[in-house]
Design a protein around this ligand. Structure first.
Ligand code: NAD
Length: 314
């Protein structure tokens, strides 16, 4: 990795990944693009580009002599249900543009898939790497098709594309981006600000989750692995912890005893119900030594400390 491009840089993951890559590789060697304006705290090279327009991306690759792409630009599950045509366009054509350019300019690519590839008939417990993939959201459909496209470009054109199926990602620096697991971020914000939260899924809803520090580590670990270690070129199952909302509330109450969570499940409950509760990521652990660092109690402790500092509630 010498000259790195991050697409979707101003999103939940991109805005933290850019800082880590700038620290490791230098400000001048990391370029971010997004369709929206740069939020004020971001520094470094950022340009406005739509990933569904190939020439815009191509111009950036040539201008900055890019050799590695972290392709994060996407519409997530909830936004995708509201705008399915746009989700198809951005998620599929954006990925195909990046893969075509990776083939033509010999670039290495990281592209995250999601637990949204699973659907109502996928096993919910210890969901294996290879199993039924029958998502019923446009987002999930683009992730399944995207995984197959990545594998195709690897097999047919030797594009070195690497991917993980991220679970829900918990972080405190940005607002979540319109996904079904957003409740696991919003609950912390509201716990600190109002001591009260109304959750859009029920208390027994259990989904695989990961702290942002681990999500960034996974992206860097798989990108730094030897070619021979990356044996799956669709996408690796990846997880850290699985907990229900009720279990999360108990953990938050250890720090904020007066915190109350109300429940008002909406259409997002159906999406959550179609996803696995616990997934088996043993192949990632075996092939490229994946290890997570944060469990539920360390996530909750760190989130509440960092959010309280950020929101000046200390
Ligand atoms: N956050 C999670 O919990 C999670 C879980 C599983 C997978 N993922 C995947 O990780 C990736 C990044 O997710 P995120 O949470 O940072 O998403 P996000 O919604 O927070 O950020 C996505 C970014 O992409 C940008 N974008 C949208 N359309 C674009 C376009 N046409 N051209 C350029 N930029 C565009 C948006 O402006 C936004 O800044 C996505 O592929 C997502 O599917 C995220």
């Amino acid at each position: 990795m010498k000259r790195i491009l991050i697409t979707g840089v101003h999103g939940q993951i991109g805005s933290e990944l850019i800082e880590e890559l700038q620290n490791r590789y230098g400000m001048e060697n990391v370029v971010g693009v997004d369709i929206k304006e740069r939020p004020s705290p971001t520094s470094g090279i950022c340009e406005i580009v739509d990933v569904s327009h190939k020439t815009g991306i191509q111009n950036i690759i040539e201008k900055y002599n890019i050799d590695t792409v972290f392709h994060l630009a996407s519409l997530l599950s909830v936004k995708g249900e509201k705008k399915p045509d746009l989700a198809w366009d951005v998620n599929m054509n954006g990925l195909k543009n990046i893969l075509d350019l990776a083939r033509d300019y010999t670039m290495k690519v990281f592209w995250p898939s999601s637990i949204a590839v699973f659907g109502p008939n996928s096993p919910k417990k210890n969901t294996p790497q290879s199993t039924v993939l029958d998502p019923n959201t446009m987002y999930g459909i683009t992730k399944v098709a995207g995984e197959l496209l990545c594998n195709y470009y690897f097999e047919k054109f030797a594009v070195d594309v690497r991917s993980v199926r991220y679970p829900g990602i918990i972080s405190y620096k940005t607002e979540p981006g319109g996904g079904t697991t957003d409740y696991a971020v919003e609950i912390f914000l509201e716990a600190v600000k109002k001591k009260e939260y109304t959750c859009f899924v029920g208390p027994e809803t259990r989904l695989p989750m990961m702290y942002m520090t681990d999500a960034i580590k996974a992206a860097l670990d798989i990108m730094q692995a030897e070619v021979s270690q990356v044996k799956i070129r669709t996408s690796y199952n990846l997880t850290a912890v699985s907990f229900s909302v009720a279990e999360l509330v108990i953990e938050i109450k250890k720090y904020i005893p007066e915190f109350t969570c109300h429940y008002a499940p909406d259409f997002r409950q159906n999406i959550a119900n179609s996803w696995p509760q616990v997934i088996d990521d043993s192949e990632a652990r075996q092939d490229w030594n994946w290890e997570h660092r944060y469990d539920l109690s360390s996530i909750v402790k760190d989130m509440l400390v960092k959010l309280s500092e950020r929101l000046n509630y200390v």
